[in-house]
Ligand binder design. Sequence first.
Ligand code: PNS
Length: 161
Amino acid sequence: MKIAICPGSFDPITFGHLDIIRRTAKLFDQVIVLVSTNQKKSPCFTREERVEFIRRVTGDIPNLTVDTDDGLLADYARSKGATAIVKGLRAMSDFEYEFQMALTNKKLCPEVETIFVNTTAEYMYLSSSVVKQVCSLGGDISEFVPAEILPDIINRLKQTN
Ligand code: PNS
């Protein structure tokens, strides 16, 4: 069984993430979307909220589960017997950081490959940070996040202003 892990902060999940997750689900038997900790970021949404948002917008993908983990991604991947860690790449600016993580994970867990999936062109500009910034300043984010989670994101980001 080929298992892929799609890790990230997902703060919150965007159409860009969803595009990578859906395409990965077509390539592997099982996909685990892993809400993990990026020590460089302070999330706006709780881990429970981020997991619930992902579950809400991926319910139609039969071979997908959502999980959380606070430890090393390499250890998690090994514990699940994963074939691959799948990361989305938007632009060359993503590459240096992602390449460093991929090489580190390969060192820590040689049996798991990191695979980069290029973003669909229409989502090249999109990130969770863009969503939070535009929304908190009153902009329209309906083209950035799925309709099922849109009201919750708007309500939360309004509260923080
Ligand atoms: O969506 P993000 O913030 O770019 O995701 C980054 C994430 C969470 C995948 C990365 O920080 C990660 O793998 N964290 C788990 C801890 C870990 O293994 N750190 C070492 C990475 S080389």
